[in-house]
Write a protein that binds this ligand. Structure first.
Ligand SMILES: NC(=O)C1=CN([C@@H]2O[C@H](COP(=O)(O)OP(=O)(O)OC[C@H]3O[C@@H](n4cnc5c(N)ncnc54)[C@H](OP(=O)(O)O)[C@@H]3O)[C@@H](O)[C@H]2O)C=CC1
Ligand SMILES: O=C([O-])C1=[NH+]CCC1
Length: 350
C-alpha cells in the first residue's frame, strides 16, 4: 500500500488513548530524566516533543523518544550539558551547545537575541557542537508571536544525494520561517529540503507503507519506493531536483561552516552504536520587521494571506498544525496504546 506519508494518519480515534499536553509532557520529561538528562534539558525537550505530537507533526513526535534515549545511552550526546553563550558582535551571538541538544542552547540565547534584534533591527545566532533531532517550527514560532520574523536552518547527517551526485552528502536539512500576521496566528513554514523527512521514511518502514515514487534511491542508486531500501544503505533525493539541492547546499554552509559545526557528511557516529541525533549546527536569524517605521509588516502579511485565500488557497503552511493543536486541546492527544505502553516503559519506575 502506498501512502503519501508527509503527514501520516495516526489511526482510528476509537482505538487511541488520550492524554492532555501536560500529561504527555510530564511523561516525556520523566523519560528524559530517566535517560540521564538534566532537569532543564528534560523540560525543554519534553515540551518540544510533546508539542510536535500535539500538533500532528508526527515525524518528530513521540516516535522519536527511543532514538533520544538510545543516543543518550550511547554517550554520543550529553543530555546534561550546559550550553555557553558568546556575544561576538552587536547583532551576532554564538552558542556552544557543549555536545548537548540545540534547543537548550537556543533557549539560553533567546532573551539576548531578541534584545539585539530589537536594538539593531536584526540579529543572528550561530549554534555549534549541537544535536537537533526535532522539527524546526518550535524554534521560530514563539519569535513571530512576539512580533519578530524568524528564519532558521539545521544540517543533519548524510542521507540525501545532491542533484547530479552519486551518493549521500547532504542531510535532510530543514529550513523554517515564521512571520507575524495581524489578527491570526503567525505564518509558519517548516520543511525538509530532501524530498521527504527521514522521520517519515522511518514511519513508513515501521507501518508497512511504500513511499510515493521519486523520493529516494536504494544502495545501488536505483529509484525505489521501499522505505527500508532508502534507510538501509540508500538515500533520499532533494526536493525539486537542483533547486532543493541548492537550498540544501546553503543550509550546509550556514548550519555548519558559519557556526563551526560539522557538515552532514562529517557526522561519524560509528563509534557510538545506538546514536541517532545528528551532531551539527544551527543558524537562526531574527528580524524586527518594523524597525525604523510604524508597524506595517503584520498587516501586510495578513493582506497577502487574504489574497491567497481569494484565489482559492485553502491551506497555508502552519494551518494544519494550528488546527490539530486546537483539536488536541479539545480532545486530548491520541496515542496508540502500544506506543503509550512503550513510553511508560522508557520512563522507568514511577
Ligand atoms: N532536525 C532535523 O534535522 C530535521 C527536521 N525535519 C523536520 O521534519 C518536519 C517535516 O518536514 P517535511 O516532511 O518536509 O514537512 P511537510 O512536507 O509535511 O510540510 C512542509 C511545510 O509545508 C506545509 N504544507 C504541507 N502540505 C501543504 C499543503 N498541501 N498546502 C500548504 N502547505 C502545506 C506544512 O504546513 P503544516 O506544518 O501546517 O502541515 C509545512 O509548513 C519539519 O518540521 C522539519 O523541521 C526535517 C528534516 C531534518
Ligand atoms: O526527519 C529527519 O530528516 C530528521 N530528523 C532529525 C534528524 C533528521
Amino acid at each position: 500500500m502506498t501512502r503519501n506519508s508527509a503527514q501520516p494518519e495516526r489511526g482510528d480515534a476509537r482505538n487511541l488513548d488520550f492524554l492532555s499536553f501536560g500529561e504527555l509532557k510530564a511523561l516525556l520529561a520523566r523519560i528524559f530524566r530517566h535517560a540521564g538528562a538534566s532537569e532543564a534539558v528534560a523540560e525543554c525537550l519534553a515540551a518540544n516533543c510533546a508539542g510536535c505530537e500535539r500538533d500532528g507533526a508526527r515525524s518528530h513526535g513521540v516516535f522519536r523518544m527511543p532514538g533520544y534515549v538510545s543516543s543518550i545511552a550511547s554517550g554520543w550526546v550529553d543530555a546534561a550539558a550546559s550550553p555557553r553563550l558568546e556575544d561576538v558582535a552587536p547583532a551576532f551571538l554564538r552558542a556552544d551547545a557543549m555536545n548537548g541538544f540545540a534547543q537548550p542552547a537556543l533557549a539560553l540565547a533567546a532573551p539576548a537575541l531578541i534584545e539585539k534584534a530589537r536594538r539593531n533591527g536584526i540579529a543572528l545566532l550561530a549554534i555549534r557542537n549541537s544535536h537537533h533531532f526535532s522539527a524546526l517550527w518550535p524554534d521560530v514560532e514563539p519569535f513571530a508571536e512576539a512580533g519578530l520574523v524568524a528564519l532558521t536552518m539545521v544540517n543533519s547527517f548524510a542521507c540525501t544525494v545532491p542533484f547530479d551526485g552519486t551518493s549521500a552528502v547532504f542531510g535532510t536539512n530543514p529550513i523554517a520561517f515564521a512571520a507575524p500576521r495581524d489578527g491570526a496566528p503567525p505564518l509558519v513554514a517548516d520543511l525538509a529540503t530532501s524530498a521527504m523527512a527521514n522521520g517519515d521514511v522511518q514511519i513508513a518502514a515501521r507501518e508497512g507503507f511504500s513511499l510515493p515514487p521519486g523520493q529516494g534511491v536504494d544502495q545501488d542508486g536505483r529509484p525505489t519506493i521501499d522505505p527500508k531500501a532508502v534507510l538501509d544503505g540508500g538515500a533520499l533525493l532533494t526536493f525539486g531536483g537542483y533547486k532543493g539541492s541548492a537550498i540544501s547546499l546553503m543550509i550546509e554552509l550556514l548550519g555548519a561552516a558559519l557556526t563551526g559545526g560539522k557538515f552532514s557528511y562529517e557526522v561519524d557516529w560509528s563509534g557510538h552504536p545506538g546514536a541517532q541525533t545528528p551532531h551539527t549546527g544551527q543558524v537562526l536569524i531574527l528580524i524586527d520587521p518594523d524597525a525604523g517605521r510604524d508597524a506595517a509588516f503584520a498587516g501586510r502579511a495578513r493582506a497577502l494571506a487574504e489574497r491567497l485565500g481569494r484565489v482559492g488557497v485553502s491551506r497555508l503552511p502552519g494551518d494544519r498544525r494550528f488546527r490539530q493543536r486546537a483539536r488536541s486541546a479539545a480532545e486530548g492527544i491520541g496515542l496508540v496504546p502500544a506506543d503509550l505502553a512503550r513510553l511508560r516503559a522508557l520512563a522507568g519506575p514511577a
